[in-house]
Design a protein around this ligand. Structure first.
Ligand SMILES: O=c1[nH]cnc2c1ncn2[C@H]1C[C@H](O)[C@@H](CO)O1
Ligand SMILES: [Zn+2]
Length: 372
């Protein structure tokens, strides 16, 4: 900004104050983004839900108008309770019970993320939720992989997708999902997770599944410290051995001002990534409001913070939108967004060489150009 100092009529003196580079929505969209936490069954296009429901005879959609349906999902999600938030998934999983629907939903998800500027994504889902009409879990996994490959091809190679398979916490048989992760590792399945209601279903419910995965040199993240407090992050990290935490927002309970507790310090110092999902965290009541979200505090304290969508349909969000939201709320600039993106790339469940190439060849040059 150039300020003319006009006190002296004889001569004009000018001072130059550096202006922060404005972050426009279009630049945020163009910036390469890495997404580690996105649910396949939480990210359908409203129109696709309507068309698939019609085709398969799924009953009970609240409306068949796509705009109204999108609003319905958002209102349902914004409930302040994880259990209520999860109720909306009956309508998405209800229309994902055959191979062609799974291929379509998976392909569209990848194309939507690519159009949003996501260059690497890990998309997760629970295969056991797609078996109501007779599909095997293997058939479901293979159909989703086919859809992801189609979506990558349709996006002209602008995006790469890895798959995380979730076991539902409230169901037994986490081991069967762990087996699938190992079995399909060469087909693009890069890791494991447990999802669903957190309270009452801790990782210790079936610890042997995590032990098996570690013995198989497989990767896993765990939804933790979302509906339950910091102690659930302790179980995920210290009992199960999670490499990343889904959300992890309530780990902030172990931080008082600048005083970082032993557990939080362990998570920070071991560089365990926090897959934070700002809007979802407000919707499920994990944080009381966006203003109270610990993302900035924890980033400032050196945690490996990442920004994610969680459920694009349910919470009516995108990666570009979540970046814009935290920029507006916390005043983040390009350097912060670059850091979140590099953090996510470092924590991705792909090889070290691939992570380095993503950071050096894609992320760093693009953010250097954007910050100019
Ligand atoms: O934020 C979440 N916490 C716990 N479970 C979740 C969250 N978002 C989605 N899920 C559940 C609902 C889906 O059906 C399941 C697998 O994607 O994961
Ligand atoms: Zn989630």
């Amino acid at each position: 900004m150039i300020n003319a100092d006009r006190n002296d009529t004889a001569c004009h003196r000018y001072t130059v104050t550096p202006m922060p580079t404005p972050l426009t929505q279009e630049d945020l969209r163009r910036a390469p983004k890495v997404l580690l936490h996105d649910h396949l069954d939480g990210g359908l296009r409203p129109q696709t839900v309507i068309e698939l429901a019609e085709a398969c005879g799924h009953q009970g959609l609240p409306t068949t108008d796509p705009v109204a349906l999108g609003a319905w999902f958002r209102d349902n999600a914004n409930s302040g309770s994880l259990v209520r938030y999860l109720e909306g998934f009956a309508h998405t999983c209800g229309v994902m019970q055959d191979e062609s629907s799974l291929v379509r939903v998976a392909s569209e998800a990848v194309q939507d993320l690519a159009a949003d500027g996501v260059v690497y994504a890990e998309i997760r889902y629970a295969p056991e939720l797609f078996t109501d009409k007779g599909l095997s879990m293997e058939q479901a996994v293979e159909a989703v992989q086919e859809g992801f490959r189609q979506g990558e091809a349709a996006s002209g190679g602008r995006i790469r997708v890895g798959t995380l398979l979730c076991a539902m916490r409230q169901n037994d048989g986490w081991q069967r999902i762990a087996d699938l992760v190992v079995r399909y590792r060469d087909a693009g399945v890069v890791g494991f997770d447990i999802a669903g209601p957190e309270a009452g279903f801790p990782p210790s419910k079936e610890l042997s599944a995590f032990e098996y995965l570690r013995q198989q040199n497989a990767h896993f993240t765990i939804h933790a410290a979302e509906a339950s407090g910091a102690e659930s992050a302790w179980e995920a990290v210290q009992l199960a051995g999670a490499e990343r935490l889904g959300h992890g927002v309530r780990l902030a309970e172990d931080i008082q001002g600048d005083e970082v507790g032993l557990l939080a310090a362990y998570v920070r110092d071991r560089r365990i990534a926090l897959e934070m999902c700002p809007t979802s965290n407000v919707h499920t009541g994990a944080v009381a409001s966006l203003a109270e979200h610990p993302i900035k505090r924890m980033a400032d304290l050196g945690f490996r913070v990442t920004v994610n969508t969680d459920n694009r349909l349910m919470s009516d969000v995108s990666m570009t939108g979540e970046f814009a939201t935290v920029v507006e709320q916390f005043g983040f600039g390009w350097e912060d967004l670059r850091k979140f993106t590099v953090n996510a790339a470092k924590a991705a469940f792909i090889s070290h060489d691939e992570r380095r190439a993503l950071i050096q060849d894609v992320i760093e040059p693009a953010y250097a150009a954007l910050a100019k």
